[in-house]
Design a protein around this ligand. Structure first.
Ligand code: NDP
Length: 459
């Protein structure tokens, strides 16, 4: 056989392997659309890896990496302010621990189900690997809807959730953090409940804590800032920067707010942001301090923005935010919020770069449209990894019993984001797809975990 024949053989073996495992995955998880979407994207990226390194096939890495080590589902019963008993469903998906303790956020949102939990935990494997920190991957949450609930109801629900969750977590086994609907307040309730049940103080069991009570400075800013740092690196490929660009950011929660803040600090004008009710367009540039006041402090709707700035516009369709012309779009709200139609609108309006601050905010079709049009595309696994990277720094600070300054954390975050960018760039180039950060992120993250899985033996 010639060298060409061997290469061709390896290629078709890799294609068959990927195809078979994906078909099997579909049969075993028929209704889990988000999970299948997330795995599909990874599978498509990994073909050249299996062609080059067939020992991953022999070790059954793809079959193993797509099956969670453990999924815990539990009842969360609590009492509302009227004394009525309510029941929600809790989840913790402990997906992969080959690089360290399971690590990933907790989401409280009515859409939470096993498919969403599994897709988020699965993506976390590659993201956490990319950070270079010793952390495995997990995700958890509940279909509890915090909207319209009183402070006390949120506390009672969260304590009940944490009572069950506490059986499965610990500083060296599984370290949850926040996500949609879970911020430092909810983390505080879970942390308090965990410590009461354990009869001690284990600072390292949760991250995203209030910096006054064991949390890291710079954690709440980390995901949004990190996304902008990643996009900043991509822009350099075209000798561009954020300066004087027009930016659109979806959402107005934790990730969006600090993505807007950093983009503005770097000289951009953010002209639109949203919440699940609609979006605002402010051609003079969004006042991010007002957004913080409305959403972080007063728990109001983004529509209230126009009460202070009547010249700004409010539109009550959040998905229409992508019709606003911009140079850089940062989807920072939720999964599948930017579809193919929105992608074509952005492209037609001359978008240069996309940075995924949310997890899987672009559909597969939208992503393909951006890549085919030569738009710089920073995928979530890489672009939003800054949050978990600083969470890992919080774990280090907790175990050393010291705290770093906000400047120290931000500098370390910046270094991590540059290094993630470089890993993606190099992996994409090495496997024949230069400039494709989706493939680069998937491959670089995969290689790190797959090598650990091979080293740890079949399990
Ligand atoms: P938050 O709960 O703080 O904010 C979510 C925001 O998105 C809210 O403003 C919400 O509006 C809005 N929103 C929800 N659905 C839509 C929609 N369809 N269109 C427009 N806006 C919408 O969550 P986070 O900022 O923490 O998380 C956002 C995303 O980032 C998620 O995908 C999360 O998994 C991901 N992520 C978060 C990290 C973190 O550190 N927090 C780390 C890495 C990823 P409303 O107020 O109306 O609910």
């Amino acid at each position: 056989m010639t060298r060409m024949d061997v290469l061709q053989n390896n290629k078709s073996r890799a294609n068959d392997y990927v195809h078979e495992v994906y078909e099997q995955l579909k049969r075993r998880n028929p209704a889990e659309t988000e999970f299948l979407q997330a795995t599909r994207e990874i599978f498509d990226s990994l073909r050249p890896v299996f062609a080059k390194y067939p020992h991953y096939i022999e070790n059954g890495i793809l079959e193993r990496i797509t099956e969670p080590e453990r999924i815990i589902t539990f009842r969360v019963a609590w009492e509302d302010d009227q004394g009525r008993v309510r029941v929600n469903r809790g989840f913790r998906v402990q997906f992969n621990s080959d690089l360290g303790p399971y690590k990933g956020g907790i989401r409280f949102h009515p859409s939470v189900n096993s498919s969403i939990m599994k897709f988020l935990a699965f993506e976390q494997i590659f993201k956490n690997a990319l950070t270079g920190q010793p952390i495995g991957a997990g995700k958890g949450g509940s279909d509890f809807d915090p909207k319209g609930k009183s402070e006390r109801e949120i506390m009672r629900f969260t304590q009940s959730f944490a009572t069950e969750l506490s059986k499965y977590i610990g500083p060296d086994t599984d370290v949850p953090a926040g996500d949609i609907g879970v911020g430092k307040r909810e983390i505080g309730y879970m942390f308090g409940q965990y410590n009461r049940l354990k009869g001690g103080y284990e600072a390292g069991v949760f991250t995203g804590k209030d910096p006054n009570h064991g949390g890291s400075l710079g954690r709440k800013e980390a995901t949004g800032y990190g996304t902008v740092y990643f996009v900043e690196e991509m822009l350099k490929l075209k000798e561009l920067s954020f300066k004087d660009t027009k930016v659109v950011v979806s959402g107005s929660g934790n990730v969006s707010t600090y993505a807007m803040e950093k983009a503005i600090q770097l000289g951009a004008k953010v002209v639109a942001c949203s919440d699940s009710g609609g979006y605002i367009f402010d051609r003079n540039g969004i006042d991010v301090e007002l957004v913080k006041q409305l959403k972080e402090i007063e728990n109001k709707r983004i529509s209230d923005y126009v009460k202070t700035y009547p010249e700004a516009e409010y539109h009550d369709d959040c998905s229409a935010i992508w019709s606003v012309a911009c140079d850089i779009a940062l989807p920072c709200a939720t999964q599948n919020e930017l579809d193919e139609i929105a992608a074509h609108l952005l492209i037609a309006n001359g978008v240069i770069a996309i940075g995924e601050g949310a997890n899987m905010p672009c559909t597969l079709e939208a992503m393909a449209a951006f890549q085919e049009s030569g738009v710089l595309f920073g995928p979530a696994k890489a672009a939003n990894a800054g949050g978990v990277a600083v969470s890992a720094m919080e774990m280090s600070q907790n175990s050393m019993r010291l705290s770093w300054t906000v400047e120290e954390v931000d500098e370390k975050l910046h270094t991590v984001m540059r290094s993630i960018y470089k890993s993606c760039l190099d992996a994409a180039e090495q496997f024949g797809h230069p400039g494709n950060f989706v493939m680069g992120a998937n491959i670089a993250g995969f290689l790190k975990v797959a090598d650990a899985m091979v080293a740890h033996g079949i399990s």
